[in-house]
Design a protein around this ligand. Sequence first.
Ligand SMILES: C[S@@+](CC[C@H](N)C(=O)[O-])C[C@H]1O[C@@H](n2cnc3c(N)ncnc32)[C@H](O)[C@@H]1O
Length: 224
Amino acid sequence: MKKEVFLTSDGSPSLRVEEIKETYHSRHGALTESTYVYIDKGLDYWINNNHKNELNIFEMGLGTGLNAYLAYVFSKEKNVKINYHSIEKFPLSEAELHLLEMKSTLPNAEHADFYQLIHSCLWEKAIQQEGFLFNKSKIDFLELDISQKFDVIFYDAFGYHAQPELWQKKPLDLCFQLLNPGGVWVSYCAKGIVRRTLEEVGFQVTRLEGPPGKREMLRAIKSI
Ligand SMILES: C[S@@+](CC[C@H](N)C(=O)[O-])C[C@H]1O[C@@H](n2cnc3c(N)ncnc32)[C@H](O)[C@@H]1O
């Protein structure tokens, strides 16, 4: 699928896929959205609730690698050990990553070399950068079969209208199975049908204020 680079409102770049009429991030700020939804409302929330400095994160959709980079920065700045496992069915090509030029706009530029590593490291081969263990798998989430459990899930699929199959009971139940008790699922998505399905599979769901340009987002907890 052909992708076009565009600049979002906070100056960070993202991609648009014309064929499915979807963007990888919010037009109102890719960096702002990723930081707010996944880092603040997911990772930081889990840390504050659990008073631990070690956790496992699962990401559905590595894409540009922005969420993985921000989690790495969090790990360095807050001295938190993170085991980060991301999956991707349609990896970006080198040419697309080159056009995107995300690295030059990243915050905490002193860590920006890690962004490169996210894309240059091999699939299915974990890399350890001090307290950050990073692993990426080239796989379809709907075919995922792993026994490992996670504390936080960054659910960053394309929207419901573009990929309804990823917002149904089966994948959301898989998320529930992947989490440890007390685990947190976060997404930019705020659709009523998704909220009700999350509740149906056993989550306690909260509607939170969304990032700029979005009224709401969802956070779901697997109760202890
Ligand atoms: C909204 S984009 C977000 C990507 C990423 N988190 C980022 O910050 O750039 C959704 C991502 O999910 C990937 N994806 C779509 N369907 C998938 C599937 N069935 N399994 C794994 N990844 C998938 C897409 O290729 C895309 O990279």
